[in-house]
Design a protein. Structure first.
Length: 616
């Protein structure tokens, strides 16, 4: 039987490579685009979402059209971000692994230019690049594009959004006039149309789905809450979806960092991705997310562009994007490669108009959803537990030796009683936490805000230590020792007064003797590290020094904590139940979203603006 890719005109070596990647059948965009592009004689415009298989749609034809005996750049692929650049280069290397002398170079900012120049000097046929670094290399006269026959502009709308128009113009002016240009874009705003008009001659146009529409496999929902309840709403959505694997979008880098910090403090398995992080930090965060050792990625639009992680179940718009077109990109992070997904917007009542505008663009209606009540969450979590208990794999050999003792312990209980007690073990905790949780939904007829709950943050301390949160961690290349030195030097306290140091990714927790906390806060002012303001705060989590071992690891939440622990079907920390939304963390966030934001007004830079002129 002929392989479906062979039928489209792809040669055996490349077909074998994609087969090895598990591609059995072409995706719709591949099916339509490959035969057209293989002709190599036309400009091309493909309107396609991310996650549809467009890299292979242009990558496979390129491999057929390039002469690999010649060690000169023959194809240039421009894309908006470093992450996407690496992904495309990696994909094409995989597709071409059976082709002798095929060389692909990835050219992007934030990494050594020397190595990239060396690879170019050694001879490459395919250059995958972000515009800024590409232009640097062209300015150094380190590349010759006179043999380029094909230029691919991938995610063209994003490149324009990021302000790369001029860079693209300059780069294209160094390529031959008779090259063919293939443009891919998720949306077709007038600026992209203009590129197509200015740089292309009668391009073949293919539209996957309707113009500007989003992926049909995505359900769109919105929740209306008060601005100050957004964070509590976010947590409730996460709690109601214990298996969530999601991307949460914020507007500014600062909001991204704040939301991630609060989630981490509340025990969720989350981390931030934004442009203030170094490339190395971003890589580390992405690696954790890709490996699913993290459950929630909190990101800005710019940082999340081109993220190719399959199986994302939810995209949550903690803030709606300023540019409505960006919604398509955000929601496209879920429902990739034929899967389904949900895109959620948490909005206030003034933003309903924006939802209607988005509906017009994506050509799909949103469902107005109601936030689950505390009891709904309890029920969901309870039955999640019951299913896990039902399905847990029993290690017969190991458990057998304890069975007779376990049976003895339960001898006075009936089966029903045992089941009830097992279920209650978790259920009581959920109930304790959620039974007084307020209704966060705003009713249409509701004019006046209800009295807010007490917004003060409380914390416990234990064994004479206070647990402090600090927004630096292992991604800043801190070791525990470095962090100890950093805290003590800046806070002017002795290292002997430090308890446990819990080094996380972008954050850490440090325990300090209660008597030293005031001194630390008095001295720890205007501290920065690598240009980032370093903040230290009392953590919402209790300090656990003096014999409490690992109990704190259970302090977060239900589903999220399980994921963090990996296999943990059960947690031991009874204190954890009441601390996620109600008085403590919800209050903390109100503080954050109200007072702190006012202090910061104007400080939360839009990431796009900042990156606009930055060379990639
Ligand atoms: P892309 O839109 O190129 O980023 O591709 C999205 C995801 O789909 C990637 O993980 C690809 O590896 C995968 N993919 C692309 N084409 C196919 C195919 N024909 N069959 C199965 N998976 C594919």
């Amino acid at each position: 039987m002929t392989n479906p890719f062979s039928k489209l005109g792809i040669s055996d070596d490349v077909v074998n490579a994609v087969k090895a990647l598990g591609f059995e059948n072409p995706t719709p965009i591949q099916e339509q685009a490959i035969p057209v592009l293989l002709e190599g004689s036309n400009d091309f415009v493909g309107l396609a979402q991310t996650g549809t298989g467009k890299t292979a749609a242009f990558g496979l034809p390129l491999l057929e059209l390039i002469n690999f005996k010649v060690n000169k750049p023959q194809a240039l692929i421009l894309c908006p971000t470093r992450e996407l650049c690496l992904q495309i280069a990696n994909d094409i290397r995989n597709f071409s692994k059976n082709l002798a002398n095929a060389h692909v170079v990835a050219v992007y900012g934030g990494a050594s230019i020397v190595q990239q120049l060396r690879e170019i000097r050694n001879g490459v046929q395919i250059v995958v690049a972000t515009p800024g670094r590409m232009l640097d290399i062209i300015d150094r006269k380190a590349i010759d594009f006179s043999n380029v026959n094909y230029v691919v502009l991938d995610e063209a709308d994003e490149m324009l959004n990021m302000g790369f128009q001029e860079d693209i113009n300059s780069i294209l002016s160094t390529t031959p006039d008779d090259k063919k240009t293939w443009l891919f874009s998720a949306t077709m705003p007038p600026e992209v149309r203009r590129i197509a008009k200015n740089y292309m001659e009668n391009p073949t146009e293919l539209t996957m789905g309707t113009k500007n529409t989003g992926n049909a496999n995505i359900e769109h929902e919105y929740y209306v809450v008060r601005a100050r309840d957004k964070y509590a709403a976010l947590k409730r959505i996460v709690d109601y979806n214990p298996d969530i694997f999601g991307v949460v979008f914020c507007k500014t880098k600062m909001d991204t960092q704040d939301v991630a910090e609060h989630l981490i403090k509340d025990g969720y398995n989350a981390d931030a991705l934004h442009g203030d992080l170094s490339q190395q930090q971003r890589d580390k965060v992405m690696k954790r997310f890709r490996e699913r050792s993290m459950q929630l990625l909190i990101a800005t639009d710019v940082a999340a562009r081109g993220i190719d992680v399959n199986d994302v179940t939810h995209v949550i718009n903690f803030a709606l994007p300023d540019e409505i077109e960006s919604y398509t990109h955000r929601s496209g992070r879920t429902a990739r490669a034929g899967k389904t997904g949900t895109s959620i917007c948490i909005i206030n009542s003034k933003e309903i108009g924006k939802i209607r505008q988005i509906e017009k663009i994506i050509g799909k209606k949103f469902t107005k959803a109601e936030l689950p009540t505390g009891f709904d969450v309890c029920e969901k979590q309870l039955f999640g537990l019951i299913h896990r208990v039902h399905n847990v794999e029993v290690n017969e050999e190991q458990i057998d030796k304890y069975m007779s003792r376990i049976n003895d312990e339960f001898a006075d209980l009936t089966k029903e009683e045992v089941i009830k007690k097992f279920a209650s073990l978790e259920f009581n905790r959920f109930l304790e936490y959620y039974q007084n949780a307020p209704d966060l939904n705003i009713r249409e007829d509701e004019k006046f805000e209800r009295n807010s709950r007490n917004g003060s943050r409380t914390f416990e301390n234990n064994g004479g230590y206070t647990r402090l949160f600090i927004n630096v961690g292992s991604v800043d290349d801190f070791t525990r020792g470095d962090l100890l030195g950093f805290v003590c030097n800046n806070g002017k306290i002795s290292g002997k007064t430090i308890g446990k140091i819990d080094l996380k990714g972008v954050f850490s927790f440090v325990e300090v003797e209660n008597s030293q906390v005031d001194t630390l806060f008095t001295n720890f002012k205007d501290v920065s590290y690598n240009g980032r303001e370093v903040r230290i705060e009392v953590s919402g989590e209790p300090s656990t020094s003096r014999g409490s071992g690992d109990r704190r690891r259970g302090s977060g939440g239900f589903g999220s904590e399980r994921r963090r622990e990996g296999s943990g079907e059960r947690r031991t920390d009874r204190r954890s139940s009441g601390r996620r939304e109600g008085g403590n963390s919800g209050g903390g966030f109100r503080d954050f979203s109200g007072r702190k934001r006012e202090e910061r007004s104007g400080g939360g830079r839009r990431e796009g603006g900042n990156d606009r002129k930055r060379r990639s």
